[in-house]
Design a protein around this ligand. Structure first.
Ligand SMILES: *[C@@H]1O[C@H](CO)[C@@H](O)[C@H](O)[C@H]1NC(C)=O
Ligand SMILES: *[C@@H]1O[C@H](CO)[C@@H](O)[C@H](O)[C@H]1NC(C)=O
Ligand SMILES: *[C@@H]1O[C@H](CO)[C@@H](O)[C@H](O)[C@H]1NC(C)=O
Length: 357
């Protein structure tokens, strides 16, 4: 990804306790009571009853009313990738994203656009923190999984930071795990909006499909090969949208991507993200892997779609996925989506399987 979803931290949503508020000892009689009067005996009985019933509850953290809630939430802590993948996959294929809590509005926007193509049933959200896991599964049971360890979500927001690098560096391993289970997988960043169904563009039986992040206009009939390297000695393929078949070739690229990330870890000077390593992996496996560059007219980089009106006019009706990159900042991304009528959560949240968040 070329730009960030720079974040404000969100407050954790699970600070409620469910202690019954009405049960206070101040409800007990205040005036002196004679044990021998009828009223006194009744009061004593009531007191014993109250103490006998309430005190054991009071020992339990959260009280008994939270037990059901806690166990229904905890059930997802043991939900594994093989279980989630087999629950969600259609025709052996998954659509996957990886999100932390602050990205939930973008997740919802992306999901609305996918629902319009009737592909939402295939979506598996890889939650990077427990708040996201619980939120998605509470509203849409089974569609989120957390692959431990959970990240410190506060650290994972700022583009160029080590936390953000650590967050994105997990992506090839997640994808490799899914391939090893035998599924095809489409990965998307969630700052994307579908205008059409990308699956009809996955022609042939190649190992890896991807899009170019270069903004330079290509001819409509451009080659589907890996483009030549650019100024930095490497290609500029986007790690934001990738389709993989469960082949040796696709697995090799994921393994190489992991190696490249380990060989060039994050440094203060470089402030790397995961995309260069993906490009080195593609270049170093050339000849061993069957790759397919998707058409620019259908999958334009944000650097083209949001910056060249002439091109957008000339390719009208051909756009399939719009990526809101080449811009830094959470608020700026939302504003740009709004300006282009692509921020769907304002008016169409009902169309999301998560509803209004
Ligand atoms: C199922 O997957 C196969 C192989 O990937 C593909 O050729 C076929 O069109 C898919 N069928 C549907 C209904 O999507
Ligand atoms: C990122 O990962 C490295 C290596 O695993 C670790 O030392 C570092 O503390 C992590 N940083 C953040 C901010 O998560
Ligand atoms: C914008 O798109 C038009 C039409 O495709 C193209 O001729 C022109 O070179 C593009 N402009 C830039 C700055 O890339």
């Amino acid at each position: 990804m070329t730009t960030s979803l720079h974040q404000r931290p969100f407050q954790p949503a699970f600070s409620h306790r469910f202690l019954p508020a009405s049960l206070h000892y101040s409800n007990l009689p205040q005036r002196p009571i004679s044990l021998f009067s009828r009223a006194g005996l009744l009061s004593l009985l009531a007191l014993m009853l109250i103490l006998g019933v309430i005190v054991p509850w009071a020992d339990m953290p959260g009280g008994i009313f939270s037990v059901n809630k806690a166990s229904s939430v905890n059930q997802w802590r043991h939900y594994t990738l093989p279980q989630a993948a087999s629950f969600v996959a259609k025709n052996g294929t998954l659509i996957v994203c990886a999100v932390s809590q602050a990205y939930l509005p973008f997740l919802n926007n992306w999901l609305i656009s996918i629902s319009r193509q009737k592909r939402q049933d295939m979506v598996l959200v890889i939650a990077e923190d427990y708040a996201t896991l619980d939120k998605v599964n509470e509203r849409w049971p089974g569609h989120a999984v957390l692959i431990p360890p959970a990240l410190d979500s506060q650290a994972a927001h700022k583009f160029g930071s080590q936390g953000f690098f650590n967050f994105t560096a997990r992506r090839p391993q997640h994808l490799l795990n899914i391939l090893e289970l035998g599924y095809s997988v489409m990965y998307n960043d969630v700052d994307m909006v579908w205008l059409g169904d990308p699956f009809t563009y996955l022609r042939g039986l190649h190992d890896v499909y991807f899009t170019d992040d270069m903004a330079a206009v290509k001819p409509l009939d451009h080659s589907h090969d890996l483009p030549p390297p650019g100024k930095k000695g490497r290609t500029y393929i986007c790690s934001c949208m990738i389709f993989l078949r469960p082949t040796d070739g696709a697995k090799l690229v994921m393994k190489k991507w992991i190696e490249e990330l380990q060989a060039q870890p994050w440094s203060r000077a470089k402030k790397a993200n995961d995309q260069p390593a993906f490009n080195w992996a593609l270049m170093k496996t050339t000849g061993q892997v069957d790759v397919y560059l998707l058409p620019q007219s259908a999958f334009p980089t944000g650097g083209l779609y949001f910056k060249n009106k002439t091109w957008v006019q000339g390719t009208k009706g051909k756009h399939v996925i719009i990526h809101n990159n080449y811009i830094v900042g959470f608020e700026k991304k939302i504003k740009r989506f709004r300006d282009y009528g692509l921020w769907l959560v304002d008016d169409h949240a009902k169309e999301s399987p998560l509803g209004k968040l």
